[in-house]
Design a protein around this ligand. Structure first.
Ligand SMILES: C[S@@+](CC[C@H](N)C(=O)[O-])C[C@H]1O[C@@H](n2cnc3c(N)ncnc32)[C@H](O)[C@@H]1O
Length: 248
């Protein structure tokens, strides 16, 4: 899978992809990250990428010509999606990350200043994508977040695929709690079922804890997930225990 990132600050990506899983994925040839300087696609001697807004007002706006020229030059097939990073876009989530990971090439456009000339959104971008309801100074941090999350779905990038499948949101539930040594830390003990050696008991405990966490932290998720009869029973238990705790 290949990511092309269009930015006026290519140096911002130097450190961030040169360590950890993303670096290994690139070395293994599973992932290719190509960062393009938007100024390389300008046609004037000042390499101007922005201009003042029509209608007046503060700040600068990215001009459409260099962005269209960059995409025309980078895009390998007409099917490759072009995402304009924008706080006004579709909220990036687990599902969109998984969909993006099925593509061979994904192009991300990082805006700056007041944003990007509207014609990029109208006639070039497949979709605008936001990483949350807040304003970043530029699209670069959003590109890093998206690339990191998407790359986890590219086969082979994360060592144990089953950990991707188990992670929070995969099944619509949050992940179960994890513990490691020591067994007793400042009086906080690791739950007993994890030492039972009984795999079925451990699996049942984890299923219940995943339901409990989801119920407490993100009850909205439970509305969209289809639970098995066993999980329904476990969830009833979680609710009953919560009631008992409240009453005691
Ligand atoms: C300061 S913002 C421009 C905000 C714009 N004036 C608005 O209110 O919609 C500059 C650039 O940062 C990026 N950006 C800011 N917040 C973002 C977010 N939540 N998700 C994705 N990109 C974002 C976009 O590329 C945007 O063009």
């Amino acid at each position: 899978m290949r990511f092309d990132i269009i930015t006026i600050f290519p140096e911002m990506f130097t450190g961030v992809f040169s360590g950890g899983i993303i670096k290994k994925a690139q070395e293994k040839g599973l992932l290719q990250v190509v960062v393009h300087n938007l100024r390389d696609y300008t046609a004037d001697k000042h390499r101007q990428v922005d201009d003042r807004p029509f209608g007046g007002g503060e700040g600068m706006v990215f001009k459409p010509e260099p962005i269209f020229a960059a995409v025309d030059s980078i895009r390998r097939t007409a099917q490759a999606p072009v995402y304009l990073l924008s706080p006004q876009g579709r909220k990036f989530d687990h599902r969109l990350a998984r969909d993006m990971a099925r593509r061979r090439q994904v192009i991300l456009i990082c805006g700056r200043y007041e944003g990007v000339d509207e014609r990029v959104s109208q006639a070039l971008a497949t979709e605008e994508v936001s990483i949350g309801d807040y304003i970043l100074t530029g699209g670069e941090p959003a590109a890093v977040v998206i690339l990191d999350a998407v790359s986890r779905f590219v086969p082979g990038v994360v060592g144990k695929t089953d950990s991707v499948e188990r992670d929070s949101f995969s099944r619509g539930l949050l992940d179960f709690p994890h513990y490691t040594r020591p067994r007793d830390f400042r009086g906080m003990k690791v739950p007993q079922p994890l030492f039972s050696g009984d795999h079925r008991r451990i699996a049942a405990w984890r299923r219940k804890k995943a339901l409990e966490k989801t119920w407490f932290k993100r009850p909205d998720l439970l509305q969209a997930v289809e639970l098995s009869p066993e999980e329904e029973t476990l969830l009833d238990e979680v609710r009953r225990e919560q009631k008992e705790r409240k009453n005691s």
